[in-house]
Design a protein around this ligand. Sequence first.
Ligand code: ADP
Ligand code: ASP
Ligand code: MG
Length: 406
Amino acid sequence: MALIVQKYGGTSVAGAERIKNVARRIAAAKDKGDRVVVVVSAMGDTTDELIELAYQVTEQPSGRELDVLLSTGEIVSSTLLAMALRDVGYEAISLSGAQAGIRTDSAYSRARILKVESQRVVKELEKGKIVIVAGFQGITGEMDITTLGRGGSDTTAVALAASLGAEVCQIYTDVDGVHTADPRLIPEARRLDEIGYEEMLELATYGAKVVHPRAVELGELFSIPIQVASSFSQNPGTLIHGGVSMEVRNKVRGIAYDLDVAKITVVGVPDQPGIAASIFQPLAKAGISIDTIVQNASINKITDLTFTVAKSDLAGAMRVVKPIAKSIRARECASDAKLGKISIIGTGMQNTPGFAARMFDTLSQHNINIQLITTSEIRITCIIDEARVKDAVRALHRAFEVEMEE
Ligand code: ADP
Ligand code: ASP
Ligand code: MG
């Protein structure tokens, strides 16, 4: 008797009929004789609506209160799903993140799971019940409720799968697997039968939100295969795992994009030891994560320092950086909030020349200006004008299509 963890996303549980559909799918898995743990997201756009409501009440909601508020979305869907299962004759119990033993640090709105104390889940499974866990939430040592960051229910699911020693973690969503690019933007994007953790992690981190990057990280760490499929069909979807053979490690495996990019440039910075630390230490202290950092080669011991942050962090980052820029006698501090990034990803690009050139050439043929470039061994990312991101994805998908055929 296998143990499986299934996760259903927001679209899959948006409304009573869809919840009943999900209940039927879970019942079918249970009928096969498996023990089933289910993680659910909040219904439809609930999380967005709750955030909006909080900001209607105050400009700066308290992190603690906001997390309790947002956690209610997943409580609603988990309880309704347990009711729907009982209605069709299956023993089911809903548990909040706290009841399921999801222990986190206290970084509100982006908490990390420290451990999963799964005794309660195990106890309910031993009684033969289907256990429905509210995703995206946990509890601190002080018994305060936290949330794991947008899209975090995937991470709850893989963390539970790891802690329970599940055979597989199935992520059911509104597309039938991981594609070579976002299928909503690129209708001709192809579904991948399988993909390795490493490539999936880069795709997810650089914008392919079909799976949460931290879920992929945990999957790799604990060797949990993750199957991504549609909750509206019976197709097998995509298997994310560690055993992808060399033959399918194509050169470019997928294209990701992210519209959430803002840039800050500190212009005319004295090029001397300690300057970068004097800017980035206070940013880290303020809890602002920095993505790309580029420092120009200096001329006459003066340089420019550019870095990117999420758009929602721009105002906060400027508040931190402006006084520092002044104190180190930088000439000015400029920002641009209308950027996005596009990335081509594939393990097969390692040590193979020509991919960067082809990417840049494709963008130039479409008159798209590149502002910043970053690379890893298996990824090339360009930061460009937000308004051209979608054109760029289309052009790159066309340019690298042949590479992506299996
Ligand atoms: P859920 O609510 O089920 O967690 P999400 O909206 O978080 O669903 O993720 C699914 C969405 O991810 C799809 O609707 C699709 O538009 C988007 N997506 C982005 N990149 C990709 C990709 N490479 N392959 C598949 N889907 C992708
Ligand atoms: N409901 C949360 C969100 O919308 C978590 C999730 O869906 O995974 O981000
Ligand atoms: Mg998601």
